[in-house]
Design a protein around this ligand. Structure first.
Ligand code: ZN
Ligand code: ZN
Length: 162
């Protein structure tokens, strides 16, 4: 969170130097979930960032996502609410002030939760990964049939990380 706050501060200092006026610092939260990397709440002077994506893509997140969202608040402060979110005013802050590409959406692929998979086989060439929950049910006597070949799926003894 320290690095994130420092980057927000840096973005604001650059804006203050360029536009020769002070800007109120936004509240910053790291509690966003789902597909979006960050959201700027214009009326509330609030930035919410995706904590999982921040951890997974730290350097790029600091470089690009933080200025992207900060620029929304700064453009709103300068030009009001009638401008388009990714219009020329926002783009100018990104390219001229921050020297960054004005990429519209800067979202990251959401990583699936990692975990062990138990590899099962049938008559088909490919392994079929089972979750630990499903594997436990098999050990308790549950049987699963392949939907393609109809054979019973059996545990190969192999595991894979996913
Ligand atoms: Zn945006
Ligand atoms: Zn099969």
């Amino acid at each position: 969170m320290d690095k994130l706050m420092a980057r927000v501060e840096e973005c604001y200092r650059l804006a203050e130097n360029r536009f020769e006026r002070p800007f109120d610092r936004p509240r910053v939260e790291l509690d966003l979930r789902g597909q979006k990397a960050g959201v700027a709440y214009l009326g509330r002077n609030l930035l919410r960032f995706n904590g999982q994506m921040y951890r997974d893509h730290n350097a790029d997140f600091l470089l690009q996502t933080v200025p992207h969202e900060a620029a929304h608040l700064i453009a709103h402060e300068l030009f009001g609410s009638r401008i388009r979110p990714h219009g020329p005013q926002w783009q100018a802050i990104m390219t001229d002030l921050y020297q960054l590409p004005a990429t519209r959406c800067h979202d990251y692929p959401v990583q699936r939760r990692r975990g062990t998979r138990y590899l099962y086989r049938c008559g088909c060439p490919a392994h079929i990964p089972f979750t630990p929950q499903r594997h436990a049910l098999v050990k308790r006597g549950r049987r699963y049939l392949c939907r393609l070949c109809g054979d019973m799926l059996h545990f190969t003894g192999k595991q894979a990380a996913q």
